[in-house]
Design a protein around this ligand. Structure first.
Ligand code: NAI
Length: 379
């Protein structure tokens, strides 16, 4: 079968990491199945700005709105146009409500912890609500003053100083449940041992506390046959648990092997994704996917690295590992595993890009293209 996938090159190091990554993804697929990918480029970013006068042309959004698969390199934040961030515009415009980040360790990388190999988690972060709603007003502005008066006089709010900056944290049952439902399905489909809701519900009872409760409700109402709680474990079933966010950071360091899938509101997931990626020494290798109900949009999680762009120094690992996520999503886990093993082997051989070299004793620095080639050969 021929599967159509849209791709956005991205700015800065985008072109070179794609040149290294695409052959690896195509080869892994060819080795494990008769399927092929039809790559269709969509304009976005600086290239689109130059060619079409818009950094995010309507035709690109339209194609993505009707697509099921897409992948992107990093996009710079445009200066002097109406869009605050292309990434945020894409996430909002396409309702990509689940931000999914798997975190695992590759042997041979030096990390800040003694047992990075104990970390093997997948984070499902809500991508449209909470602080991502972007509702906040500057201290002493007419808007915050008006809101403070309203909150005090109409809703009886106390402990609110006249000079406060004010932010609003909206979280809905619909928004939380669709994210949690997706995390539950993933955990069951991939045979995971546990799923943990990470929240700060002890303090924010009606937002984060509700997220926790909605989570348990979805599990009980829609997945009762396949799940159990920590208090009443049942053999062979997915264990549902919850942790307060600050405690989760301790757990991630002390007992990471007890956590498998995490479902989090926006801000908790933001912190946890980066902290866990750093814990395994792999911020530069972290892949990600943003999902709506119809579209899986894979993305390299790093930025455009402008200072090394065009110099064959960039690490294509994040985009290559996005390819592994894509192949898993297409139902070809053996091809995904082939890519992960090939990356692991390239790291073990110690010929790596300059960002990884300081983390590997005795490493030799190679360029972006050569690192991609060696991963391709390891397939
Ligand atoms: P950055 O991730 O581009 O760079 C941070 C540091 O990591 C730099 O030292 C860079 O050289 C290095 N680095 C990043 N990716 C690398 C790779 N693949 N190989 C080797 N080294 C790598 O973050 P920064 O500097 O904050 O942002 C630059 C631009 O990228 C901004 O316009 C920002 O808005 C955009 N950005 C886009 C993202 C996306 O499209 N998902 C994510 C983060 C930033």
């Amino acid at each position: 079968m021929r599967k159509k996938i849209y791709w956005i090159e991205g700015d800065g190091i985008g072109a070179e990491i794609w040149r290294a990554a695409r052959p690896v993804i195509n080869a892994a697929l060819a080795l494990e199945s008769g399927d092929t990918l039809e790559w269709i480029e969509l304009p976005a970013g600086e290239k689109a700005q130059t060619e079409t006068g818009s950094s995010l042309p309507e035709s690109t959004l339209q194609a993505l709105a009707n697509a099921t698969l897409a992948m992107k390199g990093p996009l710079g934040t445009p200066v002097g146009t109406g869009i605050r961030s292309l990434n945020v515009a894409l996430r909002q415009g396409l309702d990509l409500y689940a931000c999914i980040r798997p975190v695992r360790y590759f042997d041979g990388l030096e990390t800040p912890v003694k047992h990075p190999e104990r970390v093997n988690m997948v984070i499902f972060r809500e991508n449209t609500e909470d602080v991502y709603a972007g509702i906040e007003y500057a201290a002493c502005s007419p808007e915050s003053q008006k809101l403070i008066v309203f909150l005090r006089e109409e809703l009886g709010a106390k402990n609110l100083r006249d000079t406060a900056a004010v932010g609003i944290k909206p979280m809905t049952e619909h928004g939380s449940k669709r994210l949690i439902r997706r995390a539950l399905r993933f955990a069951l489909d991939t045979g995971q041992k546990s799923l943990t809701f990470v929240h700060k519900g002890n303090i924010m009872k009606f937002t984060e506390g509700a997220f926790r409760q909605w989570g348990y409700d979805v599990a009980a109402q829609e997945f009762a046959e396949d799940t159990c709680t920590e208090k009443n474990p049942r053999p062979g079933r997915l264990i549902i648990k919850d942790r307060i966010a600050d405690a989760m950071f301790q757990e991630a360091l002390l007992r990471p092997e007890q956590y498998h899938v995490l479902a989090t509101p926006n801000l908790n997931g933001d912190y946890l994704s980066d902290a866990l990626a750093a814990q395994v020494g792999g911020l530069g290798l972290a892949p990600g996917v943003n999902m709506s109900d119809t579209l899986a949009f894979f993305e390299a999680t790093h930025g455009t690295a402008p200072t090394i762009a065009g110099q064959d120094k960039a690490n294509p690992g994040s985009l290559i590992l996005c390819g592994a996520l894509l192949l898993e999503h297409l139902g070809i886990p053996a091809a995904a595993e082939r890519i992960r093993k090939a990356v692991a082997k390239a790291i073990a051989a110690k010929n790596v890009t300059e960002d990884l070299a300081p983390q590997i004793a005795g490493a030799k620095i190679v360029g972006c293209a050569a690192f991609g080639d060696s991963i391709g050969e390891n397939l």
